[in-house]
Design a binder for this molecule. Structure first.
Ligand SMILES: NC(=O)c1ccc[n+]([C@@H]2O[C@H](COP(=O)([O-])OP(=O)(O)OC[C@H]3O[C@@H](n4cnc5c(N)ncnc54)[C@H](O)[C@@H]3O)[C@@H](O)[C@H]2O)c1
Length: 251
């Protein structure tokens, strides 16, 4: 990998990536942010302004930036690590479509630990069977824009793949009824400086199994994003996620 382009280099995650690159000796080709940022690499206000595009883009910005990032990747044949969360269904379809032309790594959570948690939670849900209800609780800092978190949805998707289709329910206040079996409840808590906590509860009549993942600092997402960048740097076009990375590393 010749180096990385950090899209959103002035943000919480962008700065964490830059710090890890400096620590590990990874080459940051440049950064991009819509606001001025002082850094020890060139910074542009738009991907389009990069004079000589190469390397891999790591994107931690905002969902509305997606179209410009995809356009830049396709135009310059550059692999993309899309770590931003909050994409709509239509945007996820655009990502799938773009991945027919360039390598794209997309995960709502760049932590290897979360990926393993999802796999184990899906296994437990399947083993416990239909009598068990699934509820997911996520907690994040008060500045987080989207809810529920991309990670909570990813956990629900993995469980759903294992046990069959479920309706996702995000609040219960507007209805008065017993909990139907065929749903996964997803609940968001916001406050303070919590980096990210996710608990999957598999709840039966006589017992509950809870699995919790806690992020101690943002470094784990930066670490995962840099591993993802290395993983897709030499890949052909295609859609890759944390499961692909974990299974490639387990081999
Ligand atoms: N996948 C993961 O593991 C993971 C982990 C943490 C955060 N995230 C997600 O990453 C995103 C960023 O998180 P953050 O905490 O760093 O946010 P942040 O608000 O601190 O940083 C975002 C940065 O992007 C910049 N930006 C906005 N639009 C832009 C554009 N069009 N082009 C270039 N730069 C632009 C902003 O100026 C800001 O500096 C969020 O969607 C968050 O949920 C994902």
């Amino acid at each position: 990998m010749s180096g990385i382009i950090i899209n959103g280099c002035g943000g919480r995650m962008g700065k964490t990536i830059a710090a890890q690159c400096a620590e590990k000796g990874i080459n940051v080709l440049c950064g991009v942010d819509i606001y001025p940022v002082s850094a020890d690499f060139p910074v542009y206000t738009s991907l389009e302004d990069i004079p000589d595009p190469c390397g891999v883009v790591i994107d931690f910005t905002t969902a509305s930036a997606l179209e410009s990032v995809l356009e830049f990747g396709i135009k310059n044949n550059i692999p993309l690590v899309l770590a931003t969360t909050g994409y709509s269904k239509e945007q996820r379809e655009l990502i799938e479509k773009a991945s027919k032309q360039i390598p794209i790594f997309n995960s709502g959570n760049m932590s290897v630990g979360v990926s393993v948690t999802a796999r184990v939670a899906a296994d437990i849900a399947l083993s416990m069977g239909e009598d068990f209800d699934i509820e997911i609780i996520e907690t994040h800092h008060s500045a987080k824009l989207d809810a529920p978190s991309g990670t909570a949805l990813m956990l629900a998707d993995e469980i759903q793949k294992a046990i069959g289709e479920r309706e996702y329910v995000f609040e219960r206040a507007s209805r008065r009824m017993a909990r139907p079996k065929k749903e996964i409840g997803i609940h968001s808590v916001r406050g303070g400086g919590v980096i990210g906590e996710h608990t999957v509860m598999i709840i039966g009549q006589h017992e509950t199994i809870s699995l919790t993942h806690k992020a101690h600092d943002r470094g784990l997402f930066a670490y995962g994003a840099l591993r993802a960048a290395e993983f897709i740097a030499e890949k052909q076009n295609g859609f890759y996620n944390m499961k692909d990375l974990v299974s490639a590393e387990e081999k």
